[in-house]
Design a protein around this ligand. Structure first.
Ligand SMILES: C[S@@+](CC[C@H](N)C(=O)[O-])C[C@H]1O[C@@H](n2cnc3c(N)ncnc32)[C@H](O)[C@@H]1O
Length: 276
């Protein structure tokens, strides 16, 4: 135990993997689903008021009468997807949290909204000119490495019909956290474990071109140690242009958030709308 713990106390190599699943973990996904469904929190999903505004804005830039087929990547339990359906889109949702997808499937049956949900890694999609709009909301693009981002952009481009739109958001460098280390003890079940546990939390910054940040949580129970490495990246308009331009989209537009706020150099997020 001592030796295993000690190896986690130094800064990890870039992209060192977690020792277990995060979004799809049996226990963690319970807390995550609660966070998605909490209407006033900006946690796994943004506050539901923001989601309403966001769907209204997306509907205004890609009206469902013309842009019928919508694919929501990382759809979670369908907070956006159900609203997209109500707005008039034919919706497909993909997520690799089994718990979220099971919840979303129950909701679509209850609401008779006929949304197609798939429990799947969105990096493995293989659609050809099937969708008018593809969304990836709440800065999920930013967790991917540059090679996965290129892979996803190419797959999205292939999946869009001509004139189709890809809408996603990212954090700007103003959201980079200072490096830190802290710990806490939880006597009972908490977000990370259903047993009494100690958490070592750390934020590490990397000096690579991609402005990589790691938020690491080591979760120690009486008989287990798990390490969760959550990688993140931060973008400027210029860095986005240079990685997106080679893909071939005919237009790139930038906004301050995924509800259509005006773009500003000092904003916390950038929303990108790409047209094929
Ligand atoms: C921050 S949440 C955002 C959920 C949703 N877009 C929203 O705003 O309500 C990220 C979601 O993406 C999913 N996810 C992350 N990486 C994924 C991948 N490679 N394939 C499929 N789903 C993924 C997670 O399971 C989680 O539900």
């Amino acid at each position: 135990m001592f030796n295993e713990l000690r190896k986690y106390l130094k800064k990890p190599e870039l992209y060192a993997p977690s020792s277990g699943k995060f979004w799809d973990d049996e226990h963690i996904s319970k807390g995550m689903l609660e966070a998605h469904l909490a209407p006033h929190r900006n946690a796994a999903t943004r506050s539901h008021d923001f989601v309403d505004k966001s769907v209204e804005w997306i509907t205004s830039i890609a009206p469902p009468i013309k842009f019928q087929q919508l694919l929501d990547l990382g759809c979670g339990p369908g907070i956006y997807a159900e609203r997209f359906h109500k707005a008039g889109y034919k919706v497909t949702g993909i997520d690799f949290s089994k718990r979220s997808i099971e919840y979303a499937k129950k909701q679509t049956l209850l609401n008779k909204s006929n949304i197609q949900y798939y429990y799947k890694d969105y990096l493995t999609i293989d659609y050809v000119e099937q969708f008018d709009v593809i969304t990836l909301i709440y800065c999920d693009y930013a967790v991917l490495s540059i090679s996965d981002r290129q892979k996803l952009l190419n797959k999205v481009y292939q999946a869009l019909k001509p004139d189709g739109k890809f809408i996603f958001d990212v954090f700007t460098p103003s959201m980079r956290k200072p490096e830190s280390r802290s710990w806490y003890y939880s006597e009972k079940s908490g977000f990370w474990s259903d047993k009494p546990h100690i958490c070592f939390e750390a934020v590490y910054q990397y000096d690579d071109d991609d402005k990589t940040e790691l938020t690491q949580t080591i979760v120690i129970t009486e008989d287990t140690i798990h390490c969760y490495n959550i990688w993140n990246h931060f973008f400027t308009r210029e860095s986005l242009v240079s990685e997106i331009e080679p893909i071939g989209f005919k237009s790139l537009e930038f906004y301050g958030d995924v509800a259509g706020k005006e773009y500003s150099d000092s904003g916390e997020t950038i929303c990108v709308v790409l047209t094929k």
